[in-house]
Design a protein around this ligand. Structure first.
Ligand SMILES: C[S@@+](CC[C@H](N)C(=O)[O-])C[C@H]1O[C@@H](n2cnc3c(N)ncnc32)[C@H](O)[C@@H]1O
Length: 273
């Protein structure tokens, strides 16, 4: 399913909430001593609102924000059928920068695979600063900037390259030798047209930044920044890494590797007043 598809009950019947995010919601909910219905949760980059719908069905006061009206419009009917008011629950970034939700409203915000698509991260940090309640928390997962494989195109190192002709030629070589991505919408196109399509995606839809840059942006907006502990990545279950995780002295190095080459799990906390 893509952002062009209308969200249906059939699709929701097989959808399951990201368990890591749910665990973190529950962890902070207990810490904040809130009932589910009291916990205002924000899904930043909610797309077709599946997670918001799932959370609402399970009793949480969940809301969503996105910059793209198409996926958001594609879930509004389902929200109405369930008796929710989509206009109150879902918000588009107005002027690409502002949101309609009140100040200090959210106890918890999250995103999964969104930060690498955000062009203006400073504006997002400013919004989250305004929207997060004192003592509120945000947890945001996204691929590290030096991940060996760009996860959307599934091409190695393509996002390490400068966004110029070099990157385009690099993609073209993969396409030419039949090793490029296999996006359905580009299947019937020539190698050059495919290359242009994938290159456009890298240029206009991905904005990789180092975790240090992202940390600084949130610190400048008065958030305390931390990163999720290694156990949240399930490294203990990895056949090789499980042995390394047991050495306490190696953990800072493993964290550094995750933040640069794996997945970043950013925790932003607003000080309680
Ligand atoms: C990979 S999709 C994830 C969608 C959804 N979270 C899900 O799991 O189905 C990334 C989403 O981030 C949204 N996005 C990109 N830039 C954004 C921004 N600055 N603010 C809010 N959403 C943004 C895109 O429109 C898209 O819906």
């Amino acid at each position: 399913m893509t952002k062009h598809d209308v969200l249906t009950e059939e699709e929701m019947s097989t959808f399951s909430m990201n368990q890591r995010i749910l665990r973190l919601i529950e962890y902070y909910r207990h810490k904040m001593n809130l009932d589910k219905s009291q916990m205002n949760i924000l899904d930043w980059g909610c797309g077709r609102g599946r997670t918001v719908a799932w959370l609402r069905r399970h009793g949480y006061s969940a809301f969503g924000i996105d910059i793209d009206s198409e996926p958001v419009n594609n879930c509004k009917d389902l929200f109405r059928q369930r008796g929710y008011d989509p206009e109150a629950i879902l918000s588009l970034l107005e002027n690409g920068k502002e949101t309609k939700f009140p100040d200090n409203y959210f106890h918890f915000s999250f995103s999964n695979g969104v930060f690498e698509h955000i062009q203006d991260l400073e504006a997002v940090a400013e919004n989250l600063k305004r929207l997060t309640a004192p003592g509120g928390v945000g947890v945001h997962f996204f691929p590290a900037h030096k991940h060996f494989v760009e996860i959307h195109l599934r091409l190695p190192f393509v996002h390490w390259l400068p966004k110029n002709i070099l990157c385009k030629v690099y993609i073209f070589l993969f396409v030419l030798f039949g090793k490029g991505p296999k996006w359905k919408e580009l299947q019937a196109k020539s190698p050059l047209q495919k290359t242009n399509g994938y290159y456009d995606y890298i240029i206009h839809k991905t904005y990789y930044r180092s975790y240090r840059t992202i940390e600084t942006i949130f610190e400048q907006n008065n958030f305390k920044v931390a990163f999720v502990p290694l156990h949240e990545y399930g490294l203990e279950k990895h056949p090789l890494l499980d042995k390394l995780v047991r050495f306490k002295s190696l953990r800072p190095f493993l964290n550094w590797c995750m933040n640069n080459f794996g997945q970043v799990g950013l925790i932003i906390t607003r000080e309680a007043n």
